[in-house]
Structure formats: C-alpha cells, structure tokens
Design a protein around this ligand. Structure first.
Ligand code: NAP
Length: 546
C-alpha cells in the first residue's frame, strides 16, 4: 500500500469544508456539545435522525417512561440561569416533561438554528489528504467537516427479536423505542409484551391499569426495587434549588455521579439485624439508593451479594400473591444489582391483578408470531397488540449502524469486532478527528452528569486544536492499548461483568454479541475525570497532534 504523504498547510487551506465540526445527534450530550462549539465561534452543524430534540427522551415515548435518577440531579448544570428557570414537577420526571425540558433548553440557547432534523447519517468517511470527515445522509446529501463528534447515545440502536412472523401480525405492534406520538388506547385490549427489562417494567405497570388483558412474555426476570416517586411542590422546588450547589458537588464525588454513594460498611461485617434494618430503609427510600448506596461489598463479594439478593427475593414473595408466579419473577442466574436495576411502582402487584398473566417462555418458548398473536409451544395467545420491549444493541450498536471508515478505509465495525478499543472512551485508533461523546470505555453513570463532563472535555481539545492550528488529532497505538487494557483490568472481578446484559454488550438478537464483555470504565467517575483532566492540563501529549 502507498504511504500517504501528509498534506502541507497550504494544501489544507484550499480544502473546502462545510463546517469546522459536525455533531451526530441532538440528545442530552449532542445539545450541549452544539452549544459549546458555538460558544467557541466554530461553524457547526448537528444532524439528528428525529424530527425534534431529545434523543432518548424524544424516541422513548412509551407509556410510563420516566427518569430513574432524581430529576434534580439529571438536569444540565452548565447554566445557572437555566437551573433558576426550570422547575421539576416530579422527583422522577416523566418522558413528556423531559422532552419539554430539552426543548426548553434548545429554545433558550437558540440551538435549533444549527440542527438539521430528519437527517440520518448513514456514512462517515475520513478523507486522509483533506484531513476531514465526509458524511452522507439518508437522502444522499454530503457534508464535510474537520472534526466529527458522535453524540449518538449508548441505548439508541433498538433491536427486534429474531422471531418468525413479526410482519404477519394483523394487530398493531411497536418497539418501545419507536413508540408513536399519538395516544394509544389500551382500554379493553388484549396486549402481549415481550421483555422484562427496565423499559418493559415501566410499560407493564402503566398499561396494566386499563388493559383488558395483558400477557407478559418473560425470558429472564430482573431484580427490581421501588422508585417511590412523588410530586415536587413549588416550595420544595425552591428548597431543592437552594441546594443545587451541594447536590452537584455530591454527584461529582460519587462513582456513578448519582446522589447515592456506597455505604462504607461491608455486608458480612455488619450484624444481621443491623443490615436488615439498613436494607429495609433503602427499600423504603426513593431512587437508586438500594443499588448505588448499598454495602461496599455488594457488587464484588458473592456471599454479600447473595444476602442482598435474598432480601429482595423476600420482598418479591411478600408482594406477589401466587407463590409460583413470585418464584418466576425472582432471578436465579444473577445477583441483585449485577444488571441495571429497574425501578418500579407497584410492578410486582400487577401480577395480583386478574387481567395480567406472566408467561415464562423458558417453559413454553415462543415459536412464531401469527396473524392473531403469539404462538408458544403451549398455545396461540390471541392478541390485539404486541409490544416489543426487547432492548438495544447497546453502547457500540449505534456506531455499527453507521458506515464509519477511518484511515485506509478501515471500518469501525471491524475494528471493534472483538470489543471496543478506545483512548479515554473518546478516540479510536485510525479514526483521526473523530471524538465520541460518551463512547465505550468512558466513565458512564447518571447520564447528564457524565455527559456534561465528556462534552466539556471534547470541547477543550477542539478549542486547543483550533487555537494552535492543529488539523489532525489522533490517538496513538500505545495510548489505545494502554487505556483498553486498563479498562479491562478494572472491570475484572466485578460481578456485573460476569452476567449478560446491555451493560456487558450482550444482545442475544445480534450475532456475535452473545458473550459478556467489559464495555464500561468501572474505576468511578472521579478517577476518570482526574485521569482525563491531567491529560488536558498537560497539553494532550499522549495524543498525536499535527
Ligand atoms: P433490556 O434491559 O435489554 O431488556 C430487554 C428485554 O427484552 C429483556 O428482558 C430480554 O430478555 C428481552 N428480550 C430481548 N429479546 C428477546 C427475545 N428474542 N425473546 C424474548 N425476550 C427477549 O432493555 P430495556 O428494558 O429497554 O432497558 C435497557 C436500558 O435502558 C435499561 O437498563 C436502562 O439503563 C435504560 N432505561 C432507562 C430508563 C430510565 O432511566 N428511566 C428506563 C428504561 C430503560 P433477556 O434478558 O433474556 O435477554
């Protein structure tokens, strides 16, 4: 292969660029990224597949969709004025309100002017000589930019199950991610839902209220805990606002940037009656405390984890009247908290209702979807509506769905065949000038908290490059190897990396994604920030800048 000769500065001056920066996605990360790029005075365009802003909170409009993190920890913190102006109405805000919030942000900062909606990016190719990215949209339009920022989310490539006959069904059917904007009437309807992840759980508890009959097709139960949502009065909102500084400081200190942090005690060192009391308190408290604020050893000591799991199992048995159904709802292949814990409101109680039935598809597997419903090995379940709450090709799936090609036409999908390899979760070797906001192997957690950091760090290096006339920013081979090895090492021994879930990149509907992998940095966000801040402070010496 011919070795490319680097372009001279003069040659680069003559390259026509449509924009300095193109951002893919106008969700939580993308919106803020756009705001910062504009503040830097760069020419920037965001391409968004949806017809509105919001990303996750634009697409997932299924009934019952809401935050699982406290609303007042999830909002943006970059604008004091925004925090003054916006009142959260519930501690765990629902999708319509969240979408309103993100629209409010887009309007407040006039972001829409630089967003092109209904614009799905299908290819992104790096032009080596021109040192720029060339993107193609679904309608064939092409655009170039020096830098490409992907803000495409970690749960934005929905997957349908590979079950025969899906298109033959005569009733209405939806994937929860592609939920229609119009109101769906469940009254008196016979509904089937496939899946029992966090999305399904929010949907089930909502539509069970007035569905004629709801059949839940469960393959793997998940450990759920109560959300304990509540309204926020004006007075309480003012009180929360007065504590924003303290709330944000606390989120900065915790490993996942949630308001909750682990209890320093170990389960096994705590007397049984004391730990029971502690768990009761957590179970009665709102939010992720029972997951993120549990004993220190819960997620890395098998015995500790088994005890916590037994506590939750006891709760499930107490809440579900039929002991056979209760047993089916208790996970047997993983411990509490090792998969993302869905938070619920009366989820277990829906199985005490006469209009709800749990169908364990391990006992009676689904054979196909028919014109009239779902055919299992037992019978044909006659349905008016089927809901696929079957999850996502997470973390790398949204990258795989764009034809991204770097140096010498290397495809990102191939480069990541054996799992993602990145530098800081931001850069990929051989993909210069591409920066991933919230990429694989980055510090994740409370989404907006961690996304704000990612966006600001990316803005920092782009500003640096702009000021120093740097036209190419590349990760080094060693940098990528070291970061990838480091992330893999950190994740070893954690119980949550042993079990298949979206957090370990498992999706049984996608070929090659059956086995768990370490997909996320697990050293805690404060350490992640420390690491990335040091690199920025030192002038990005670990990167190849020219
Ligand atoms: P998920 O956790 O991956 O759940 C997908 C479900 O579909 C699983 O129960 C899975 O079973 C089942 N499934 C998939 N393919 C199937 C098939 N062919 N046959 C039968 N069952 C099948 O996806 P999710 O529920 O959409 O949630 C993903 C993540 O989104 C959550 O963990 C959370 O991080 C995020 N989320 C956040 C919120 C919030 O913040 N409020 C709300 C909802 C979701 P198996 O487990 O057996 O594969």
């Amino acid at each position: 292969m011919n070795k490319m000769v680097s372009p001279t500065p003069k040659e680069l001056e003559n390259v026509h660029l449509d924009y300095d920066v193109i951002i893919i996605g106008a969700g939580v990360a993308g919106l803020y990224q756009l705001h910062l790029m504009r503040q830097l005075g760069l020419s920037v365009k965001s391409f968004e597949a949806g017809s509105g802003v919001g990303g996750t909170w634009y697409w997932n409009r299924y009934p019952g969709a809401r935050f699982d993190s406290e609303s007042w920890t999830y909002g943006y913190s970059f604008s004091k004025e925004l925090m003054e102006e916006w009142d959260w109405k519930e501690h765990f805000s629902s999708q319509p309100e969240n979408e309103r919030y993100l629209n409010f942000v887009a309007d407040k900062f006039n972001l829409r002017d630089d967003i092109q909606f209904n614009s799905k990016v299908i290819t992104a190719h790096y032009l080596e000589q021109e040192r720029c990215w060339s993107l193609t949209l679904e309608d064939g339009a092409r655009y170039t930019s020096r830098f490409l920022i992907t803000a495409i989310g970690i749960l934005s490539a929905p997957t349908m199950p590979t079950i025969k006959g899906i298109d033959t069904f005569k009733g209405r059917w939806f994937h929860t991610y592609h939920w229609p904007k119009e109101k769906i009437n469940f009254e008196g309807k016979r509904i089937g839902i496939i899946g029992t992840g966090a999305t399904a759980i929010q949907t089930i508890q909502e539509i069970a209220k007035n569905a004629g009959n709801l059949k839940v097709f469960q393959r793997s139960p998940n450990w759920c805990a109560p959300l304990h949502n509540d309204k926020i009065s004006k007075k309480e909102m003012d009180e929360i606002r007065s504590r924003y500084k303290e709330i944000l400081a606390r989120c900065r200190e915790t490993p996942g940037c949630y308001i909750h942090s682990t209890d320093p005690r170990n389960t096994l060192d705590t007397p049984p009656d004391e730990r029971e009391k502690f768990w009761e308190k957590l179970y009665a408290s709102p939010g992720f405390g029972i997951w993120q604020g549990n004993f220190n050893d819960m997620l890395n000591d098998r015995e500790a984890n088994a005890l916590a799991s037994e506590f939750i199992a006891k709760k499930i048995r107490q809440r579900v009247n039929d002991p056979i159904t209760a047993e089916k709802l208790i996970p047997k292949n993983h411990g509490f908290g090792t998969r993302r814990v869905p938070l619920e409101t009366n989820y277990y109680e829906v199985y005490n209702q006469s209009n709800v039935e749990l169908i364990d598809i391990n006992d009676t597997p689904i054979q196909k979807i028919t014109q009239n419903g779902i055919q299992t090995t037992e019978c044909e379940h006659q349905l008016d509506m089927i809901i696929y709450a079957t999850g996502f090709d997470a973390i790398t799936g949204s990258f795989d769905r764009i034809d991204i090609q770097g140096l010498e036409g290397k495809k990102l999908k191939n480069a990541w065949e054996d799992g993602p390899q990145t530098y800081l979760g931001v850069f990929v070797q051989d993909f210069p000038n591409m920066l991933m906001s919230m990429g694989p192997h980055a510090g994740l957690g409370n989404y907006t908290r961690t996304a704000e950091y990612s966006v600001e760090w990316i803005a920092g290096i782009i500003q640096y490059a702009h000021e120093k006339n740097i036209t190419e920013v590349k990760a080094t081979t060693q940098g990528v190897k070291d970061w990838t090895d480091y992330v893999l090492g950190l994740g070893e021994g954690l119980l949550q990396n042993e079990i298949g879930s979206w957090m370990t990149g498992v999706n049984k509907n996608v070929k090659g994604k059956e086995a768990p992998r370490i997909m996320r940095y697990s050293g805690g966000h404060p350490a992640f920030r420390q690491h990335c801040d040091a690199i920025a402070k030192g002038g990005y010496k670990q990167l190849d800048l020219s």
